[in-house]
Write a protein that binds this ligand. Structure first.
Ligand code: GCU
Length: 409
């Protein structure tokens, strides 16, 4: 019987809330050494050991490399977005590994704003897919054919017709700069193309095969986000101390891991990051550890696969990664049409992390249950449950801009 229920749990997506919590969740106020955490000092002393448990069991360990890198500003437009912004295109080159693709950043800085905060995030289909502007560099790197439209992507390479194809809603640059924020994005495939062999051309591959089993594409993408921040730190037009890392779905998982490891990120926004993101792994609702590892074997560490049919023995859960963002502001959003990402599991993950925010005297959510659709709640810790599909859209961005204006600026 136990075997049968394990099999169900791991391989099937359950959508019955009454069956969703078969296992207990680790207590966020119990340290890795088993001792109770009562003070900030005790929490901070525990921080690295906890982060390492996530590295060991879920994402893999990011190698500690002091890579030589340099930045090239390729193109600057001083009158972009109807005169509202300066557009820069910057490439990050890795001097020790010339075979690595540079990370090509598309950056907009609002005009007339001193030291603007910045949103940083990766995109799925290339910078050129986000806005129809022939001046934007079009990636030559491998790309998933999400749209199954050979006029846009052929043989896993972007074609001219893919300019602007993602639509402006996912990265509404003009809205963002109009609100007084800078924004930087890069194609995730510049860092690692999103398929099982993608590691071969990424840092994971070039530093040697032996590293492959220790970290996954999530780790590589998170590493790349930190390299974008390295550039931003050198750009005098931006306040790099106010960098908000944001991501949708798989790129939301990567942004989560980046924010947990790299405390230079001042805040984190999760847009439907789901399984392996903010959603609790030990809940049986929507996508499971086994399903994600089977469909995307290259995303996480090899060790994570050990928990496929054995999630109860996972020593940690994702609310503890939320706690590792504390005391920095966090916004988590779910969507009604995206039960796969387990909206309740995303909400509960924040709730279970709140005791750590409380240690820092940060305001927590007044609500103990997920709110109805389109009613954002909270301040420093914020959450919304949007109507509609799995997507990052204008509604989401409007909430993120309000959040950032209140907690970052
Ligand atoms: C799949 C995957 C999710 C992921 C999503 C996305 O649905 O199962 O875990 O978040 O793709 O990246 O859009």
């Amino acid at each position: 019987l136990v075997l049968i229920s394990n099999l169900c749990f791991s391989q099937i997506a359950n959508y019955d809330e009454s069956k969703a919590s078969p296992y207990p969740f680790p207590d966020v106020l119990t340290g890795v050494d088993g001792k109770k955490i009562i003070t900030i000092k005790q929490w901070e002393a525990n921080r690295w050991a906890l982060l390492n448990l996530f590295a060991e069991n879920v994402y893999g360990t990011t190698p500690k490399l002091a890579l030589k890198q340099h930045f090239v500003i390729n193109k600057t437009q001083i009158d972009a977005l109807n005169g509202k912004a300066i557009q820069k295109q910057v490439s990050v080159f890795f001097d020790d590994y010339p075979q690595l693709s540079p990370i090509n950043i598309l950056l907009y800085v609002p005009k007339g704003v001193e030291n603007p905060p910045i949103f940083i995030g990766l995109n799925f289909e290339g910078n050129h897919s986000l806005i129809a502007d022939t001046a934007i560099y079009m990636t030559k790197n491998w790309m998933i054919d999400f749209r199954k439209d050979s006029t846009i992507i052929k043989n896993n390479r972007a074609l001219e017709a893919s300019r602007g194809a993602a639509g402006i809603e996912t990265w509404p640059f003009e809205k963002i700069v109009s609100a007084g924020f800078a924004v930087a994005t890069a194609y995730c495939g510049d860092i690692e193309p999103d398929y099982s062999e993608g590691w071969k051309t990424s840092l994971r591959g070039v530093i040697g095969n032996r590293e492959v089993n220790t970290w996954g594409a999530m780790g590589a993408w998170a590493w790349g986000l930190s390299r974008i921040l390295d550039y931003v730190e050198t750009d005098k037009d931006i306040d790099s101390k106010k960098a908000i890392v944001v991501g949708h779905s798989r790129l939301g998982k990567a942004a989560f891991w980046a924010a947990a490891q790299d405390t230079r990120f001042a805040a984190y926004i999760s847009n439907e990051s789901g399984e392996g993101g903010v959603a609790l792994s030990k809940r049986w609702y929507g996508e499971t550890v086994e399903i994600i590892n089977k469909n995307f074997p290259h995303w996480f560490s090899e060790k994570f696969k050990f928990y496929n049919n054995n999630v109860a023995s996972l020593p940690i859960d994702q609310h503890q990664l939320v706690a590792l963002i504390a005391p920095r502001p966090i916004y988590v959003s779910s969507a009604e049409g995206d039960q796969w990402s387990d909206p309740t599991g995303e909400f509960l993950s924040i709730k279970k992390a709140e005791p750590i925010y409380q240690l820092y005297h940060r305001k927590t959510l007044a609500e103990s249950a997920r709110p109805p659709v389109n009613q954002p709640i909270g301040s420093y810790i914020r959450y919304h449950y949007r109507s509609g599909k799995h997507y990052m859209n204008l509604y989401d961005w409007e909430q993120y801009l309000k959040f950032a204006a209140e907690v970052i600026r």
